[in-house]
Design a protein around this ligand. Structure first.
Ligand SMILES: NC(=O)c1ccc[n+]([C@@H]2O[C@H](COP(=O)([O-])OP(=O)(O)OC[C@H]3O[C@@H](n4cnc5c(N)ncnc54)[C@H](OP(=O)(O)O)[C@@H]3O)[C@@H](O)[C@H]2O)c1
Length: 228
């Protein structure tokens, strides 16, 4: 089994990569900062790819140079500026956040997931956020670019899961909410460690699955399904 973990150079993605390795999965990480990628690759003992997920052409190039992946975990992401209410948000902040958090997910899945569909086996797990949920506190105002990018991610996951047959054709597609975790994005005072925040993604990537019995195409938190 071969896995690609975007955002694997730091934070939750790094912990996901570590967890997949512990399951014996041949794992490659991807990040945008060459130094971070090199450091994480060295520490984990995995291959690293430096690429901005906004760069669609570069992703296609990378695809042509690598063996196909059976698992893709999309853990890359950026937070929007603190004062990013809809009227206050800058156009730059909106574009950057949507381009990385949402279009970046499309770019990676569109590039790498065709192999899974063809071989009728694969897993796509995307880090969403509670702030992107349309139920509960999700879209209750503030951090507009971030919240809306994650609501878009939820829609992306649900749509792609239906396009691939909700597990009936061997491809599982799910979103996860890691909860507030200690990373560069989450800050040092978050309640859970990065390893705890990564746990459900690792489980989704490696769990046993029986079509018609187990569920996919959903938003998960702590191994439980939550409302979108
Ligand atoms: N931490 C939390 O409390 C929390 C809560 C809810 C949801 N999430 C979500 O969980 C995911 C991981 O968050 P995190 O806390 O681990 O964040 P983080 O510590 O800030 O790490 C972000 C990762 O994304 C990569 N990245 C950022 N922009 C990129 C780009 N344009 N192209 C390629 N890679 C890029 C970074 O790569 P470089 O190292 O190369 O910069 C880094 O590996 C994100 O989607 C985030 O929205 C986090």
């Amino acid at each position: 089994m071969r896995a690609l973990v975007t955002g694997g150079s730091r934070g939750l993605g790094y912990e996901v990569a570590r967890g997949l390795l512990a399951h014996g999965i041949d794992t490659t990480i991807l990040g945008q900062n060459a130094e971070n990628v090199a450091k994480a690759s060295r520490e984990l003992g995995v291959s690293g790819i430096t690429c901005d997920v906004r760069d669609y052409n570069r992703l296609r190039e990378i695809k042509s140079q690598h063996q196909p992946f059976d698992i893709i975990v999309l853990s890359h992401g950026v937070m929007s500026e603190k004062m990013s209410k809809t009227i206050k948000a800058t156009k730059e902040d909106w574009d950057r956040t949507i381009d990385i958090n949402l279009s970046g997910v499309f770019n990676v899945v569109n590039t790498f997931a065709d192999h899974m569909v063809e071989q009728r086996q694969g897993r796509v797990i995307v880090f969403s956020a509670c702030l992107g949920r349309m139920s509960g506190p999700g879209n209750a105002g503030g951090l507009a670019p971030y919240r809306i990018s994650k609501a878009g991610v939820n829609a992306f996951v649900r749509n792609f899961a239906h396009e691939t047959g909700l597990g009936a054709r061997g491809v599982l597609v799910d979103a996860i909410c890691p909860n507030h975790s200690q990373t560069d994005m989450g800050g040092p005072n978050a309640l859970r460690t990065a390893a705890e925040g990564a746990e459900t993604a690792i489980w989704l990537a490696t769990r046993d699955f029986t079509a018609g019995v187990d569920q996919t195409g959903l938003l998960w938190e702590d191994r439980e399904v939550v409302e979108w």
